[in-house]
Design a protein around this ligand. Structure first.
Ligand SMILES: C[S@@+](CC[C@H](N)C(=O)[O-])C[C@H]1O[C@@H](n2cnc3c(N)ncnc32)[C@H](O)[C@@H]1O
Ligand code: SF4
Ligand code: SF4
Length: 251
């Protein structure tokens, strides 16, 4: 099972597309983190320590990482790569996600991924300490020219890439309404793959468990069975409005 825990909504960047920048900035208490981690079903899970904030900005990030390791799970995270100061990440995290959208410093400043030189220096440290096969570079495709970045990553030996289009769900889109249309909702809405075959557990900063990481306005969310009931009545649940995953569970 892939389990994602939003340990913080605090961030030192201000990416224009980030839903977290409209959330109160706070970090999860260790008591809640422990309750979530030690309350998971039996098994060895991948635990991704990240939501709409920078995981390394959590003041107790390293203790959380230790707990994940000692409870026998596989830790994962995606980082903006601005705050690494020790080799511990490479020592303790088998696969490390790093976000990088552009190699152009001015463009990086413009979109809110500030201090590109430091990010690249940290990425290069990780390349030496962990090796390119343990890095996954995540990019948001918002229409920028990604060729220089792709060429640089090839030169570095990084082959694991995740390129995501800007999310079209309203929870995200309100930050960039003018740039992108909402996803059209199908005429006969049906549940997504996340609801039909639970494969992910997302715990938001308050510890609320959800079937996916796309519901940012938790006030619209009641339960998985509530979402399924709305779909069964032929509608799209308010929490899912605009999500590209609606109908993804259809055979
Ligand atoms: C929310 S961030 C949290 C981790 C860390 N702060 C970082 O930026 O890597 C996780 C990933 O989601 C991506 N992301 C954030 N907002 C997005 C959006 N509106 N559309 C697509 N991807 C987005 C980020 O670029 C990053 O790769
Ligand atoms: S670095 Fe990550 S959490 Fe921070 S603003 Fe950018 S996407 Fe959001
Ligand atoms: S439709 Fe989208 S928002 Fe709703 S549960 Fe599925 S993935 Fe999450």
């Amino acid at each position: 099972m892939f389990v994602q825990i939003e340990i913080t909504t605090v961030c030192n960047f201000h990416c224009f597309y980030c839903a977290g920048r409209d959330m109160p900035a706070r970090s999860m208490e260790m008591e809640l983190f422990d309750a979530l981690l030690f309350g998971l079903p039996e098994g060895r899970h991948t635990i991704s320590l990240q939501g709409e904030g920078e995981p390394l900005a959590h003041p107790r990030f390293w203790e959380m990482l230790e707990r994940v390791r000692f409870s026998g799970h596989r830790p994962y995270l995606i980082t903006n790569a601005s705050l690494h100061t020790t080799p511990r990440l490479a020592q303790y995290v088998p696969m490390i996600g790093v976000s990088l959208d552009t190699l152009d410093s001015d463009e990086a400043e413009r979109i809110g991924r500030i201090g590109l030189d430091r990010v690249l220096a940290n990425l290069e440290k990780l390349l030496v300490l962990a090796g390119p096969d343990r890095l996954i570079v995540h990019s948001v495709d918002y229409g920028q020219d990604r060729k220089p970045l792709d060429a640089y990553l090839r030169k570095c030996g990084v082959t694991r890439r995740v390129v995501q289009p800007l999310q079209r769900k309203g929870d995200y889109r309100r930050r960039y309404t003018e740039k992108i249309e909402a996803a059209p909702m199908p005429a006969s809405p049906a549940p997504c793959a996340y609801l039909l075959q639970p494969r992910l557990r997302y715990f938001n900063i308050e510890g609320i468990k959800m079937p996916c990481c796309y519901i940012k306005d938790a006030s619209r969310y009641v339960s998985e069975s509530g979402l399924l009931a709305d779909f069964a009545l032929g509608g799209v649940p308010a929490a899912c409005a605009g999500c590209c995953e609606v109908n993804s569970g259809a055979p």
